[in-house]
Design a protein around this ligand. Sequence first.
Ligand SMILES: [Zn+2]
Length: 378
Amino acid sequence: MHPILKKALKVVAGLLILITLPYYYTTIFDFDKPEKFTGNQFYNPYENLGDKWLKCNFHSHSQLLGGLTNGDNSVQEMHDKYRKLEYDLPCITNYSSINKDYFDKKYPLNAYEHGINKKWTHQIVLNTAEPKPFDYPFFQLTSHKQFILDRLKTEDNLIILAHPSFVDSYEAEEMTYLGSYDLMEGITVRATSIKHWDAVLAAGRAIWVVASDDSHDTATAHVGVTWTDVNVTDQSKAGVLESLRKGRHVAQRSWYGQHTTFVKSVSVTDNVYKLKITEPVDSIVLISDNGKRVAFETDANKITYKVKAENSYIRAELFHSTEWIDYSRLYLNPVIRTTDSTVFSRPLEHHINWFQTILYIIAVLLFHAALAAIVLKW
Ligand SMILES: [Zn+2]
């Protein structure tokens, strides 16, 4: 072999050892099996609605590290754009960095995007003082993803899985096992993950949906397209977080931050689901387990449905088209079966599998030993 090629291979082998060092920090977990929502009562996230809806975006980027991370505009330019579109809460969520320059101090919600890896397995961390570094740069087993989520999760913050269907960064099935996350991005400008969401809900996991632009510049096609309206009774930061925790919000896709309609009321009485909205829309579709359509109305501002025994949850999607947007779509969080209507959260446990963890670390050691042999002995 040519000496230059040999030298290059040695450099690559050495680098490979360095960048795979994080894999020594691996814990393999056994996951408890999720179970469908059951019970004769329903948890309704829209019970006791307040009269204020806040327009929020929980995922956007400004210029960072001289444009290295894909952000084209300054924090000020991003904020100005969102302010023009009348957002109440536009979060700038740069990679592993928190931006504290808010254009108004009403909702100082510190947030950032976590994750530097090949598969775009990212998390949005809402309400945190400092970013926590560390990631597995290449492949991630479900256990790796769980380890990161456990590291990021605290009692005060909210974790959103970012764009799960984007290059399959999260498999729908593994999302039914994973713990330590609260919400998921069902829609962003670049990915729609509603199938993932239905799989998670059908498995009995009360994970709420949000929509975010994931904007990297102020272009009209990237800003004000997908956002979350959060209903609050208390307009403080704590009030926003509380509503997100309870699912009292609506994810939507439209154009230029323009609203289509608002939820007036959702109720479930004697197994009858009733939804009323402020403005009529082209269609209202009710969806149950694994995305099954169970009812619809057209040109309507309300819908009623007698919930069947096999429906473990019911959620609504609204569609509308006007001359200024060919379609807008709203996703309501579901009402879910429960034995006690106030309780929706049943955290799923995972436990360390020591045997497999040790085997895994031995495998990494052997891999590194082979690479070291190339570097040193060859
Ligand atoms: Zn992002």
